[in-house]
Design a protein around this ligand. Structure first.
Ligand SMILES: NC(=O)c1ccc[n+]([C@@H]2O[C@H](COP(=O)([O-])OP(=O)(O)OC[C@H]3O[C@@H](n4cnc5c(N)ncnc54)[C@H](O)[C@@H]3O)[C@@H](O)[C@H]2O)c1
Length: 326
């Protein structure tokens, strides 16, 4: 009998990969975690340090170790955080500046994974995440529904948290999504945002806040919070690790949770051939389907603008080492 175990491979044992691995340790859902990195010392050190967490009673006895791409063969989930170093904070292109450096890394990783498995669900974190997802889904022979980009899942968490803080309520009572690019053209689906069923425009009346409701200020805070963290500590890791954990829980438990993640559009809102975030039903097969939530005309225009921006960066990227799947 084949052993029953849930195995996760994490490719890239840097700040995000190691923190994501740590966040998986106490889930009681994962039996084995393999850390893979071109920097073998880094993967070995992080795995050894993390393995000591399992000696404490609040952690199950997870087999966490450094590994190689052969660990992908029997992994159910593979998290991709491998990346060239982040560009300088003053680079006006932000995370998009990583595109030409991370395309060869993506090709290397997709070739290594797809020669060993087509069954694992791949969670992409590496930036620019929407372009990485688009290329992984469209330039490699790998099932597209089994490739998920964390996309605006983190931005949505920040959005809900900011609203919850402004109205002094539990974040879980806030509904709403940040959609589109994981980046500067992301937009809030205000028409579907609220707290306990109260539409956002009525929050000041029904709940009340010291900070009057302002779409501009809230969205600005969402977009600036990543940069604020990077300016103060150099990288972000905890929020994104929690996003990875939520996706893994949704997959392992077949939760069918509706989460905003990045995937290639196939006509949603009249958009195709670009990957960005849309609410998706996430379960054991990865992306079960996209959900076209009702949006205002202005929000749909923002979706198109976001998609056009991602397309323009993709079109100007060096894709010469890739071959598009038919
Ligand atoms: N999508 C999001 O919301 C989000 C949030 C935070 C960070 N990120 C992105 O995640 C990525 C990782 O961030 P980080 O802070 O962990 O960076 P990091 O520099 O700490 O780690 C990157 C790791 O990737 C490894 N690596 C590089 N090339 C590799 C290859 N070919 N194979 C295997 N490993 C390789 C490096 O050795 C390094 O250990 C970045 O692209 C960052 O922009 C995305």
């Amino acid at each position: 009998m084949k052993p029953i175990k849930t195995k996760v491979a994490v490719i890239g044992a840097g700040m995000v990969g190691a923190t994501a691995a740590a966040s998986l340790l106490d889930m009681d859902l994962i039996a084995e975690i393999a850390l893979i990195d071109i920097n073998i010392d880094r993967a070995t050190g992080e795995a050894l340090d993390l393995s000591h967490m399992t000696a404490f009673p609040f952690n199950p006895n997870v087999n966490i170790h450094s590994g190689s791409y052969d660990d992908c063969a029997d992994a159910q989930i593979i998290v991709v955080t491998a990346s060239a170093p982040m560009p300088d904070v003053n680079d006006k292109n932000g995370r998009m500046a990583l595109v030409n450096k991370n395309i060869p890394i993506l090709k290397n990783i997709m070739d290594e994974i797809s020669s060993r498995t087509k069954d694992a669900i791949l969670i992409f974190v590496s930036n620019p995440v929407d372009i990485m997802v688009y290329l992984a889904q469209n330039y490699f022979d790998y099932p597209a529904n089994r490739i998920i980009g964390t996309g605006t899942l983190l931005d949505t968490a920040r959005f809900r948290r900011i609203l919850a803080r402004n109205y002094l309520v539990n974040t879980l009572d806030v509904s709403g999504f940040i959609l589109g690019e994981h980046g500067k053209t992301a937009f809030a689906a205000w028409s579907q945002t609220g707290i306990a069923g109260i539409p956002c425009e009525n929050l000041d009346v029904f709940i009340g806040s010291e900070t009057p409701f302002s779409k501009v200020d809230i969205l600005n805070e969402v977009k600036m919070s990543g940069m604020e963290i990077i300016l103060s500590k150099g990288f972000t890791n905890y929020g994104i690790a929690a996003a990875v954990r939520q996706l893994i829980q949704a997959i392992v438990l077949n939760e069918l949770s509706i989460l905003p993640v990045s995937t290639t559009f196939t006509g949603e809102y009249g958009i195709e051939d670009v990957a960005m975030s849309i609410p998706c039903i996430i379960g054991s097969n990865g992306i079960q389907r996209t959900v076209e939530i009702p949006l205002s005309d202005a929000e749909i225009d923002e979706y198109h603008a976001s998609g056009n921006f991602i397309k323009s960066v993709t079109d100007s990227a060096d894709l010469s080492i890739l071959t598009k799947e038919q």
